[in-house]
Design a protein around this ligand. Structure first.
Ligand code: PPY
Length: 498
C-alpha cells in the first residue's frame, strides 16, 4: 500500500531550495523545474508547499505537469484530510461578477454573436477578458478585420425561387452543416470550467467542425473523447522547438482520427497584447512578495507571453517536407497574408491556407484576411484550375454574421473560421451558448441567402458582391484610440473674459 503524504509534510517544502506543490491531489517536487517554467518561477513559488490546483487548471492541460516533470519528481498522493485548503478570497469584484452572472440576459434574448461578446465582457474575470479580447499594439488590425466586411456591399439577384436554401458545406472532405468551422482559441477554461469541451459537444450535436488548439486548457484526448463517433475534428499546431514532441503530438492526433492539420505560421514570436500585459502588472502588485527582485520574473508578460516560449521561431518552408513525411493528414498553413506566400504554399504541396492575421493579435496594421483574399484568389487563378479541389483557401478574423461569411465565400473562400464568436458564446453560457450561436448563424444564412438569391453555396459568385471599396482604407480606418485619448487638440482664438 502506498502511504499518503500529509499536507504538513508538503508545507515544509515551501521555498526555492525545496519546492513541492499539490496538483489534482498529487504531490510534485518542482524545485529543479522552477527556472524552466515558461510562466516564470514566481507564480509557482506563490503556491510552494500548497495546493496549486485552482491556479494550475485554467491554463494547463491536465497532463502538462505529468509529461514535463521526470517521474522521480512525482512524490505521491496527498492525504486529503490533512491539506489546509487554500481558501480563495472572494473579492468584491468576484461578488459583483457573480451577481452579474445571475442577471445575464436569458439565452432567448441573445440575437446575434455580438450579444455574447457583450455578456462575456461583463461577466468574465478581468484577466480572462484581457487575454481573450486583446490584440497587438494599437489594435488597429483587430478593428480593421470587422471594418473590411463593411466595405463590401451585396449585389443581390431576384426572382430565383428561394423556397429551399442549403448552406451545408464540405470542408477538406468533411461534411459540415455550416460553411464555418470553429477556429482554435487557447485557454478555454479561463472562460468556463468545461473549457473547449463546450465547443466539442455543441459541434458534435450540430454537425460543425472544431479545430482543437495546441494550447487548449483541456487535454487533446479529453477533447477527442468528448466527440461523438465519427465527429470530424481538425488540429491547430504550434510547432515545438523539440520536433520529436511535435511529431508524437501530430501522429497521436492522426491516430485518434483528426482530419486535418492547421500549422500556425504567423506567430514565430507572440505579438505584444497590451491589455493582457497590463493585467499582469496589476496582479504583480497584489501578488505574493516571494522572490522580489528576482531576475527571471518577466514582468512584461501577460498570460500569453508567459506560456509561449516553446514555440519554434526557426520554422521555415524547409520544414514542410518533414511535416509531409510524418503525417498523411491534409496540411494547411494558418496565417498566410500575401499572394507570394500563397503561391509558395501551393508549390510546397500543402492542401490549403488560412488567410488570417491571428485575430489581430500578431503584426498590427497587417491587412484583413478578407482583403488579402481578393489578391490571393486572383494570383491562384493565374496558376491553375480554380476553384482548385486540392487547395482550399480559408479566411478568419472579425466574422460575426452569416452575411460576413457569404461575402468571403462569394470572393472565393472555401469556408470561414470563427474563433472569438464561439469563445464568447461558451464563456457566457457554456455549451448552450455555442448551440445558440450555431442556431443564430443558421437563421442568418437562411435569410441572407434568400435575400441574396443564392440557393446553395455553389451559387455564391463574385458578381454578388461589390468589393470595389475593399482596398480603400480611407473611409473606415479604425480610430487610433490610444493616441487620440492623449492628443491635446489645438485651441481656437478666444473671446476676452469669456
Ligand atoms: C494566442 O493567444 O493568440 C494564441 O494563439 C495562443 C497562445 C497562447 C499562449 C502562448 C502562445 C500562443
Amino acid at each position: 500500500m502506498t502511504t499518503l503524504i500529509s499536507g504538513q509534510t508538503v508545507a515544509e517544502h515551501a521555498n526555492r531550495d525545496s519546492c513541492w506543490i499539490i496538483v489534482h491531489s498529487k504531490v510534485y517536487d518542482v524545485t529543479e523545474f522552477l527556472d524552466e517554467h515558461p510562466g516564470g518561477s514566481k507564480i509557482i513559488l506563490k503556491y510552494a508547499g500548497k495546493d496549486a490546483t485552482e491556479a494550475y487548471e485554467p491554463i494547463h492541460p491536465p497532463d502538462a505537469i505529468t509529461t514535463n516533470l521526470p517521474i522521480e519528481k512525482h512524490i505521491g498522493a496527498v492525504d486529503p484530510n490533512t491539506i489546509v485548503k487554500v481558501v480563495k478570497e472572494v473579492t468584491e469584484a468576484d461578488k459583483r461578477r457573480q451577481a452579474l452572472m445571475a442577471a445575464r440576459p436569458p439565452l432567448d434574448e441573445i440575437l446575434n454573436l455580438h450579444d455574447f461578446e457583450a455578456v462575456a465582457k461583463t461577466i468574465l474575470p478581468d484577466k480572462a477578458w484581457a487575454y481573450y479580447s486583446s490584440a497587438s499594439d494599437d489594435e488597429i488590425t483587430i478593428r480593421e478585420n470587422r471594418a473590411a466586411y463593411q466595405r463590401i456591399w451585396f449585389r443581390p439577384r431576384i426572382l430565383r425561387d428561394v423556397t429551399h436554401v442549403d448552406w451545408s458545406a464540405t470542408i477538406l472532405g468533411q461534411r459540415s452543416s455550416l460553411p464555418v468551422y470553429i477556429s482554435a482559441t487557447a485557454l478555454g477554461k479561463l472562460g468556463h470550467p468545461d473549457g473547449e469541451l463546450n465547443l466539442t459537444r455543441a459541434a458534435g450535436k450540430h454537425g460543425v467542425i472544431q479545430m482543437i488548439p495546441t494550447l487548449a486548457s483541456c487535454s487533446f484526448d479529453e477533447i477527442v473523447d468528448a466527440a461523438q463517433p465519427g465527429q470530424p475534428l481538425f488540429l491547430q499546431l504550434y510547432v515545438n522547438r523539440d520536433r520529436e514532441i511535435t511529431k508524437r503530438y501530430v501522429q497521436h492526433a492522426e491516430k485518434r482520427g483528426v482530419k486535418a492539420l492547421f500549422i500556425t505560421v504567423d506567430a514565430p514570436q507572440l505579438g505584444r497584447r497590451e491589455k493582457d500585459m497590463r493585467m499582469k502588472f496589476v496582479d504583480d502588485g497584489a501578488g505574493a512578495k516571494v522572490q522580489e527582485g528576482q531576475s527571471d520574473v518577466k514582468k512584461d508578460q501577460g498570460v500569453a507571453r508567459a506560456i509561449s516560449s516553446f514555440i519554434d521561431p526557426s520554422l521555415s518552408w524547409k520544414d514542410i517536407p518533414w511535416f509531409r513525411s510524418v503525417t498523411n493528414m491534409p496540411i494547411i498553413l494558418k496565417g498566410v497574408a500575401t499572394p507570394e506566400d500563397a503561391i509558395l504554399a501551393l508549390e510546397a504541396g500543402v492542401q490549403g491556407i488560412v488567410l488570417s492575421n491571428h485575430g489581430g493579435r500578431q503584426l498590427d496594421t497587417s491587412r484583413s484576411g478578407l482583403e488579402n483574399l481578393v489578391d490571393i484568389v486572383a494570383a491562384l487563378k493565374q496558376r491553375g484550375p480554380w476553384p482548385n479541389p486540392n487547395f482550399s483557401v480559408f479566411v478568419d478574423g472579425g466574422v460575426r454574421r452569416a452575411s460576413d461569411v457569404l461575402k468571403a465565400l462569394a470572393l472565393g473562400a472555401s469556408a470561414v473560421g470563427i474563433g472569438r464568436g464561439f469563445l464568447y458564446a461558451f464563456s457566457s453560457y457554456g455549451q448552450d451558448g455555442v448551440e445558440k450561436a450555431i442556431q443564430i448563424l443558421r437563421d442568418e444564412f437562411e435569410m441572407n441567402m434568400r435575400l441574396l438569391g443564392a440557393r446553395n453555396l455553389g451559387e455564391l459568385v463574385p458578381e454578388m458582391v461589390d468589393a470595389s471599396a475593399l482596398h480603400s482604407h480611407a473611409g473606415l480606418t479604425p480610430n487610433d484610440n490610444l493616441y487620440s485619448s492623449t492628443y491635446q487638440p489645438l485651441r481656437l482664438a478666444e473671446f476676452k473674459n469669456a
